[in-house]
Design a protein. Structure first.
Length: 363
């Protein structure tokens, strides 16, 4: 089966100078992928020409006349830029012309436009951003939410756990991935009221054989790989993500600085070159690039806005795998079979409601 991926070529800090070479490289390595490059056609063609890929049989172009800037308000992305590369790329998924969309654009705009165009899966109140984090077991710890929903209720965290279980089961081949609830301690008496009320919901699903709920986990468990999935609200998740990225950059810079401090240290670096190279590869955040927007009636993946072509290609790969394993059907079935339907509306009724989502409060 050929997987068709729509690429928002104009999104992110670097636009086509990153997205096009990443798409060209992925197309060369994955014969079952077809990439639809969305954006300003002349610019895309010029970039393809640089990489000798203008006539590549599995690369096509869809023209879009507008660009959602990284600092554009959500209202602008929704109301004024209806022919943006972001919106057109997402619309291709809705129309069935693409299986999945990848964008490095403005996160708030991407979530809001995706929700408006694709709508949410029945039974899901709020989409969530799910991102794989590195751990000591050299396998990802999937964490959500990472910023889409600052204020959550227990049933939202419950839905996040169900969606992530379906995602990880598909991508990692684990029938019953373990789920941890992020807290300030393992004891049930600790945490805020939302966390305390969420735990019984997850525990009840564990007893019914629906979820493999491990229990409460702490921040250090994320990188220890204690559980396959860590569930939290978007405020906490985003802080953890940004702190982790900052720590990674600090460690890399500190190691480089120390090895250059004097000749003896430099000699030690030469002897440790192999180990340092493996360490750098293992901890390279680009290898984990590509966050999935779970809960939508279509697949959308978010690349870090400042990523290199190497990192953006990883986001394309994760999007390809999710489409190839039919993650949407798995999540929809999981929710339909296991989740009692919420009384709250699962889709926004108007543009104003969607705008609230991008301001970190969903309708």
């Amino acid at each position: 089966m050929t997987i068709k991926i729509s690429i928002d070529c104009m999104g992110g800090d670097h636009g086509p100078s990153v997205t096009i070479p990443a798409a060209v490289s992925f197309a060369k390595h994955e014969p079952d992928a077809e990439l639809i490059l969305v954006g300003l056609e002349d610019i895309i063609r010029a970039e393809l020409k640089k990489h000798h890929a203008v006539d590549h049989p599995r690369l096509s172009i869809v023209n879009a006349t507008e660009i959602v800037a990284m600092d554009d308000p959500v209202e602008v992305a929704l109301r004024r830029k209806k022919d943006s590369s972001m919106r057109v790329a997402i619309s291709l998924v809705k129309e069935g012309r693409a299986h999945v969309c990848v964008s490095a654009g403005n996160t708030g705009a991407l979530m809001a436009v995706s929700r408006y165009v694709l709508k949410t899966i029945p039974g899901i109140d709020r989409p969530a951003i799910c991102f794989p984090m590195p751990n000591q077991k050299d396998s990802p710890t999937y964490m959500l939410d990472l910023g889409a929903n600052v204020d959550c209720e227990p049933h939202h965290l419950h839905q996040f756990a169900l969606m992530a279980t379906a995602l990880v089961a598909a991508l990692e081949g684990k029938a019953k991935p373990t789920v941890g609830l992020l807290n300030i301690g393992e004891e049930d008496i600790k945490g805020n009221e939302v966390v305390k009320q969420t735990a019984p919901l997850l525990r009840a699903d564990h007893e019914r054989g629906i979820l493999n709920f491990y229990g409460n986990v702490e921040g250090n468990d994320i990188f220890a790989g204690t559980t396959d999935i860590v569930v939290c609200d978007g405020f906490v998740g985003n802080v953890v993500l940004k702190a982790s990225e900052g720590l990674g950059r600090f460690v890399k810079k500190a190691l480089t600085s120390e090895f250059k401090r004097n000749p003896l240290n430099m000699l030690g670096a030469i002897f440790a070159f192999g180990a340092l190279r493996s360490f750098s590869r293992r901890m390279n955040p680009s290898r984990y690039n590509g966050a999935s927007l779970l809960g939508l009636r279509g697949l959308v993946f978010k690349s870090h806005g400042g990523e290199s072509a190497y990192g953006y290609e990883w986001a394309i790969k994760r999007a390809y795998d999710a489409a190839n394993y039919d993650v949407i059907s798995r999540i929809s079935k999981t929710i339909a079979d296991l989740m009692p339907q919420s009384d709250a509306p699962s889709t926004p009724e108007n543009l104003s409601a969607v705008s609230d989502l991008a301001q970190q409060k969903t309708a």
